[in-house]
Design a protein around this ligand. Sequence first.
Ligand code: NA7
Length: 883
Amino acid sequence: MPLPSASQTVAAGAQDAQQVDVAVVGAGFAGLYLLIRLRRAGFTAVALDTSDDVGGTWYWNRYPGARCDIQTTDYSYTFDPELESAWQWSEKYATQPEILRYLGFVADRYDLRRDIRFGTKVLTATWDEAAQRWLLTTDNGKSVSCRYYIMASGCLSAPKPPEIDGVGDFKGEIYFTGRWPHDGVELAGKRVAVIGTGSSGVQSIPKIAEQAAHLTVFQRTPNFAFPAHNGPSPADRVAALEKDRADYRAQARLSLTGVPLERATEFSWQLSDAERRQRFEKALAAGDLVAMLSQLWADQGGDLEGNALASDLLRERIRSIVKDPETAEALTPRDHPFGSKRPCLETNYYATFNRPNVTLVNLRQEPIQAITASGIKTDRRSVDLDVIVFATGFDAMTGAITAVHPIMGRDGKSLSDAWANGPRTYLGLTAAGFPNLFMITGPGSPSVFSNMVVSIEQHADWVVDRLVAMREAGFTAIEATEAAQDGWARHMADASQLTLHRLANTWYTGANVPGKAPGLMPYPGGVGPYRTICDEVVSRGMLGFTLSGPNGAAQCNDGEVVRLQPDVRLVLNMLADLNLPPLESFGAEGARGFVAQFNATRPAGRPVGEVLDGTLAGADGPLPYRLYRPATRAGEKGGPHPIVVYFHGGGWVLGDEQSDDPFCRDMCRRSGMIFVSVGYRHAPEHRFPAAAEDGYAALRWIGEHAAELGGRPGPLLVAGWSAGGNIAAVTCQLARDRGGPEVAGQLLVNPVTDCTFDRPSYNDNATGYFLTRSLMWWFWDLYCSPADRTDPRVSPLRGKLEGLPAAFVATCEFDPLRDEGIAYAEALAAAGVPVEQLQARGHFHSSFTMVDVVATGVDGRTKMAEALRRFAEVEEAMPKAAE
Ligand code: NA7
């Protein structure tokens, strides 16, 4: 007799199952809100939870000192103004019992408990392709058959096993902070150990120290922590909320973190030491994670030097509190940048280590060998104990989804297998191969990088709105496509480049669980941008999803929702919102004025050793130049440095020797070379070949005056961006043909190389990416008559390419000039010129020169600087901080 198929087995199991439209795992913040939304939308729903009441994370984490660390003004539901006025928090950071009361209050107010099956664990979840439904088996009562299955199981709800030998041998009591007994634990007079110094350890250690006879803290990695200053909610925050609650909430939804705080816009190098300290003290006094993580200076989160300034101030504070220097040093984090690991809010944490009944054991110096019958044995000592508290954290983000029960999707594929090399999702909400499965704050969503409540509401709203839309359109199944999922993984990786999370071993990256695939799990691009992306998926016809239904109804609008680099997307959206008239409509003078005004609002570039303005001899009279000299670092010779002759962008019409200032400074620092930015003549006053001839004349003059300028004797280097890239390429050709000076290498960034406008990039990127096709046409018209356009002095692609200096050609995906840059690189290579190409994915024409806003351009600029150093045969490595 043939065995029944999986589908038949599921179908048989489904017959006496509880039938609902939607099953939800979890009755915490997410599960409760889902129930409210689903019920209001007319869906039948059940939530399943292993606990015996609502609360989720807040049901389990009852350890002493447990509190939220997002302020209660923000850590609240926002979907119902009446709920907001019906509940008053008593403190800035509520205790776990108060948060649990709040969730109970919400459950009562909306009569949610009748749809929750408490004490019920899902054992298996299996997709039935024929019925287009999920079947869930449980350990308590009926199975559940549902159309949609939603994991609202929390990001930090599957505690990690102890991972230390001998736990079973211990004769005393063992507790986990994440599974704390409901009737509390009597610690008075006992010898207690806490293992772990993340948020749970940092919150519980001062409380436990007050009760225990002696507390020994076993610390593997010290964390950055700063005071919570708990008490009443700060008056200014409450006032801002009460002034216009709807506006406050709207701002939160569009903010980066889900808390509407302004982020610092000044960079660390724009502030004096005193100003930086003042900002630090202000953030310290605020006692707010988001403030400390975002209001110091703009480069604190993504740049090592900017971050180090913040880290140092936090470290200094530890030394000022902890009396014993050795203990203070052990508590001082030195192995990760501030914010790359979840920082903690503390109340008396550091001061606790001054108590006579508290000992810190630094596991980096004396690892735990084993837990024994009487206590904990390290390399250096044995500590006798009555109680061991594990504050060792969670199998975060994925643990509660994959580790808890097998989820079998289409074709019997299990989610754990699909995620064996790390979680793969589309938007952190869905996974290809798992139709009708949703995750609330799953891996790939902002989740733990945000105020969870704001993210939960956005997710639940998005999901329920989709279910409603599908019902109306007659679809019964929704599934992410592989292409959309791959695109999301790329976007996640791009966004993570803007952060320093790669430099820390944390639960964000799975590093805390032995054997877990490494990779940043939360989405680091921010709550507001994420929300707009989710909305864009919908407005673009459910981009990246396959929808299907009975009678063959199907729709698939495949594709990637974000192809731009995350910061490029923000810049372009901002420009689009400004709704500016086309630049060419201002006329040359007007456009110059606009660009000058725009540049004036940009922060000054980073400091370099010296910036000098001077005059050089152009082809037809003097030209201004600006010289950037690298700073001399300790242990360096301090010059002479190789010289790079640089030509700014601006379509031969706009800009001057100062307009690419941030780029020149950045490249000067990265390459360790002198950059001389040349103020060549502009069209329409000076048409072709004025700019080209000035370029060559400037090269000659700089070559002749290299020593005076502090430059290294020998060949020069040439670089330029956009039309400046055109002048750079032409200058190299002229130098070859007119007897020098010798050029060691050329860096061409998005260069104009040819007068043909029919390459695909001119059409694909004709509008929408700032440099438009019509703007380029206008530039060409102002600079060069059609009759002259094939002259190699403006279309270097048409010139002789043999014998040119080695080249590095950078092009950007979303740039009309992309294909002519690539064509030039290929033609150079075909002519035997050594060429390196950088085809920058997701970038636009200004990505590399907008140093202050497009941080994802760093990688490209680093490669450019390396190429220049190779061309100039500079051997010693750049100091790390400049990389
Ligand atoms: P965390 O932040 O993961 O902290 C766990 C702590 O336990 C951390 O200090 C770990 O050190 C330490 N740990 C973990 N395993 C071991 C072993 N085997 N031996 C010694 N020490 C260990 O969890 P929390 O519960 O404190 O906080 C979780 C989140 O909840 C928090 O970030 C907030 O978002 C709220 P490590 O750093 O891995 O070296």
